[in-house]
Write a protein that binds this ligand. Structure first.
Ligand code: ZN
Length: 207
């Protein structure tokens, strides 16, 4: 590495690396993890002290195309759905259905696409769906006002148009809403994998 300042990304979660969970590859839920912004100062501080163990050096050639600020989203908004897509055992050619393509979901959809899936993005915001489509997502559907049955029918139609399989759908709930979770459960078909990524405390049943 060159002399001077190293450009690094600080992971959103800094695990201990030694406990049973860490050793099992589940460092994301390490009980001794440290989170910048929660356990000590975070990104709004001018300087912070972090353990050096998990810092991710950014190669100079990457910095030719992207600023470090742009790349900082990797620490959370990209690494979260990346791990989820990997854990879902998604394979090239699978149909991936992503519910909620906001700040985390849109990366989930794009990562599924990069892994070779045919991807349908569902959201209630045309703007977010447009952004997903512009970045290469195969099909989008605005589900505002549609009931679960109608959404499932439309997803089936879209999957046919995309020539995707009608079994083994990989469903990613990233909206973090009760309505999104209800929909996600209802989209399950034979041999599906459902990944709940978004978090909500809401227990109300949505119509
Ligand atoms: Zn640990």
């Amino acid at each position: 590495m060159q002399h001077g300042w190293a450009k690094v990304i600080i992971p959103a979660v800094l695990p201990c690396g030694e406990c049973e969970l860490c050793r099992k590859g589940r460092s994301n839920i390490c009980r001794k993890q440290l989170m910048p912004g929660n356990d000590f100062h975070g990104g709004f501080a001018s300087h912070i002290k972090v353990p050096s163990k998990y810092l991710c050096p950014v190669p100079d050639e990457v910095l030719k195309n992207y600023s470090l600020e742009q790349l900082s989203v990797i620490a959370d908004a990209i690494s979260t759905p990346y791990q989820v897509v990997k854990k879902s055992e998604l394979e090239a050619g699978d149909l991936a259905i992503v519910i909620g393509v906001g700040g985390v979901g849109v990366y989930g959809a794009l990562i599924a696409k990069i892994f070779g899936a045919k991807v349908i993005a569902l959201d209630i915001s045309d703007e977010k769906l447009e952004m997903a489509k512009k970045n290469g997502i195969d099909a989008t559907l605005n589900i505002k006002g549609l009931d679960v049955k109608a959404v499932k029918e439309k997803v089936k139609e879209l999957s046919k148009e995309l020539k995707a399989s009608n079994i083994g759908w990989k469903i990613f709930e990233i909206s973090g809403t009760k309505a999104g979770q209800d929909l996600a459960f209802n989209l399950i078909t034979f041999a599906s994998t459902l990944s709940i990524v978004g978090f909500t405390m809401d227990k109300e049943k949505c119509a």
